[in-house]
Design a protein around this ligand. Structure first.
Ligand code: ISJ
Ligand code: MG
Length: 458
């Protein structure tokens, strides 16, 4: 990008900062020709300690954030959604947006799965709830790219400096992401122990204590060198075209994944969700693939698993929307490694003003927790030794108007230095077979294994 343009942007910011009546000012400009992953890669060398990446299922919206000029963070289990929503409103009042009106500044963040469970050191930096306003946001919407820069008007803090550095470098030709390092060890929780937990869950369900519970397991990979989050991102973008591609990084620890599951989207008075539960692998050829798909559609156990989600989301949408539409029977969603039963839901005339309220009501759906919710959470606490952290929890963005989109952070891994911790779970119901459920979690880890270069896809 021309030097003149950079000066123009910096001058705008300075002029606005001097005259602004609020603590933060932002400026948005069309900024074509910058690749989202290259932009993500600029972060550390400009001094930004936080980075996020978001691409929606269609790839139509891509958001990449560097730095954090304004962060809302909470560890309060009871009030975490109130805390972040209050923070969002405060941010809106303190922030004066200028420039391209179609690229409003926004907050990006996530929540932990279960804030009532004590966290471990593994998830340091990923609290019960966190939203971040990036200093620099690259947004691609409908084929148009915009750069939005947000800085404090008192010119204190390091963000002016970092943004200045970024503007100097943003158009430099970028190096490719680092090559993925060699795997040196691979540990998973003992299979027998996990199967025993599943058997116990099945027994509780058959005894009538609950209807469904989702149990997860983890796999820890260690590599010869540090894993470059940008390299993993790039591979996920190539390999998982119909998933939400997300990354949330702070101080070198990056939670990253390719989730097919939308939790909720709000756009004005319209809201959407996708019920996703019930799974089978892809076939080796078209014939086998279709046979597996037909089996999944007809299978009683998988349909039961799925219907708990449809009932809950249908009921919830009915309580906050004037009208709710969903197809009468689930569709098949085919992803590179797995196929799912899928029921999209659209609600119109939504009475909630902020998508964060919808996130609060919906999390965890029976696709990630179980039915009834509280029983399922108790069973997870009792039977799952894992610290889920942000796995299986909401991740996404919200703007000043309360619009935004959130996915469920599955098919994911936490990258920390030379290590990657992968997570996968599955819905246990009365008719579950422990070994098939175990196999299902393996299939669900395949996308991350493949992005990490550990598994070769045939
Ligand atoms: C829990 C996960 O996936 C969830 C469980 C599914 C199932 O059990 O069939 C399907 C989709 C997801 O809602 C995961 O991928 O870790
Ligand atoms: Mg399942």
């Amino acid at each position: 990008m021309a030097i003149g343009f950079r000066h123009h942007l910096q001058q705008q910011l300075h002029r606005l900062a001097v005259n602004a009546g609020r603590p933060f000012v932002s400026w948005a400009e069309p900024w074509e020709g910058v690749d989202p992953v290259s932009f993500f890669m600029q972060g550390p060398s400009c001094g930004f300690r936080e980075r996020f990446f978001w691409a929606d299922r269609t790839g139509g919206t891509i958001l990449v954030g560097l730095g954090s000029v304004y962060a809302i963070e909470t560890e309060k289990a009871d009030s975490r959604f109130d805390d972040v929503e209050a923070g969002r409103r405060r941010w809106k009042k303190e922030m004066e947006p200028y420039g391209a009106a179609d690229a409003p500044p926004l907050l990006f963040g996530g929540f932990s799965f279960d804030p009532y469970r004590p966290g471990t050191d593994m998830w340091r930096g990923f609290p019960a709830g966190k939203l971040v306003a990036p200093a620099a946001l690259l947004a691609v919407r409908n084929g148009k790219t915009t750069l939005t820069v947000t800085v404090p008007t008192d010119k204190r803090g390091r963000d002016w400096e970092r943004v200045g550095r970024l503007l100097e470098r943003i158009s430099d030709p970028m190096a490719a992401p680092k090559r993925l390092p060699r795997l040196v060890s691979d540990e998973e929780e003992e299979k027998e122990r996990w199967l025993a937990a599943v058997r116990e869950a099945i027994a509780s369900i058959r005894a009538g204590a609950l209807d469904k519970v989702v149990l997860a397991r983890a796999r820890r990979l260690a590599f010869a060198k540090t894993v470059d989050a940008a390299a993993v991102l790039q591979r996920l973008r190539e390999q998982q075209p119909f998933a939400y591609i997300f990354a949330f990084e702070q101080d070198g620890r990056c939670f990253i994944g390719a989730s097919p599951e939308q939790l909720v989207q709000k756009e004005g008075k319209m809201c959407r969700s996708v019920c996703l539960a019930g799974s089978v692998r892809r076939g080796a050829d078209m014939e086998e693939d279709e046979r597996l798909g037909a089996w999944l559609r007809a299978d009683r156990k998988n349909n039961e698993e799925h219907q708990f989600v449809v009932q809950m989301i249908g009921r919830l949408f009915s309580s906050v929307c004037e009208t709710v539409e969903m197809p009468p029977a689930p569709q098949l969603l085919k992803l590179p490694h797995i196929q799912h039963l899928c029921t999209p839901v659209v609600g119109r005339g939504c009475r909630e003003r902020s998508v964060l309220r919808l996130v609060e009501m919906m999390h965890p759906t029976p696709a990630l927790g179980g039915t009834p919710r509280d029983r399922a959470l108790e069973v997870i606490r009792a039977l799952e030794p894992l610290d889920r952290g942000w796995y299986a929890a909401p991740i996404g963005w919200v703007d000043g108007e309360g619009n935004g989109e959130w996915a469920v952070a599955i098919r994911s891994a936490l990258l920390a230095g030379k290590e990657a911790m992968l997570f996968a779970g599955c819905g246990i119901v009365a008719d579950s077979d422990p070994n098939s459920e175990y196999e299902e979690t393996n299939v669900k880890m395949a996308p991350m294994l493949s992005a990490l270069g550990v598994m070769n896809d045939g």
